[in-house]
Design a protein around this ligand. Structure first.
Ligand SMILES: C[S@@+](CC[C@H](N)C(=O)[O-])C[C@H]1O[C@@H](n2cnc3c(N)ncnc32)[C@H](O)[C@@H]1O
Length: 232
């Protein structure tokens, strides 16, 4: 079944970093979401809940097929769309996902009951800062892929714990790192309310880009996806 993505069907589409007509073409030419996932996608669209956009879904499906991760950690569940997508793309994989918003948690719980058919997903409730500390304190908690899709200002703060939770060949992915191009604007010209977020992102870029400590790749998918792989 060919799924049609209207320009307004996903909140992230309001801020494309690639020509809108090309994004539209990518969305129309590649089927990413069918069946149960299409139901969750519709919930997100109808309730204006930000989830990863179509082209990021397609990329994850390919990446998970190639990497065959055994365990994934996700920070930022929302209603469970990306967790369910990853569970479908990596059917043997265990996924631990976390969120702090009670409304999102309630919707995610229902979606997991309805659609997590292989019981692959564990939802942790609370702030990622606390939950990551709990996970890092446990010896056997390791993940082959860690996906951050939560408060962007905190990515830099979550990074050390994420690194310690990563398996030897593991990779970290962070979504929405372009902030619709705000990264190009001097910090003093950014709205005050956005400055903490932008400062956090800039600290992250200073830490991970252009250093032998990490291999990185910035992909212009959705609002920007950053991949980080620690180097020996
Ligand atoms: C963009 S949504 C996640 C979308 C989801 N990954 C998807 O694509 O289906 C971001 C979520 O991160 C959660 N979040 C933000 N900061 C958080 C934090 N510090 N700890 C836990 N959850 C957080 C929010 O409550 C929100 O539900």
């Amino acid at each position: 079944m060919q799924t049609t993505y209207k320009k307004t069907s996903n909140p992230m589409m309001h801020r494309p970093v690639v020509k809108p007509e090309l994004v539209q073409w990518m969305r129309e030419r590649q089927t990413a979401v069918t069946g149960d996932l299409a139901i969750v996608l519709k919930q997100a669209s109808e309730n204006n809940i930000p989830i990863i956009p179509h082209e990021t879904v397609v990329y994850f499906q390919m990446l998970l097929h190639l990497l065959q991760p055994k365990r994934i950690l996700e920070i930022g569940t929302a209603i469970g769309f990306s967790a369910l997508m990853m569970a479908d793309a990596a059917k043997e994989c265990q996924i631990v996902t976390m969120d702090r918003n009670p409304e999102m948690i309630a919707l995610a719980k229902k979606n997991l009951v309805d659609f997590d058919h292989r019981k692959q997903i564990k939802l942790l409730e609370g702030d990622a800062a606390d939950l990551l500390s709990v996970l890092t304190a446990q010896e056997n908690e390791k993940f082959d892929l860690i996906f951050m899709d939560s408060a962007k200002s905190k990515y830099i703060e979550f990074l050390p714990k994420a690194l310690s939770l990563l398996t030897e060949n593991g990779v970290i992915l962070m979504d929405d790192i372009f902030q619709a191009g705000e990264i190009l604007i001097p910090i003093q010209d950014i709205k005050r309310s956005q400055r903490a977020l932008e400062r956090g992102l800039r600290r992250l870029f200073d830490e991970v880009l252009d250093t032998p400590k990490y291999m990185t790749s910035i992909l212009p998918l959705g609002d920007g996806l950053l991949m980080i792989k620690p180097q020996d």
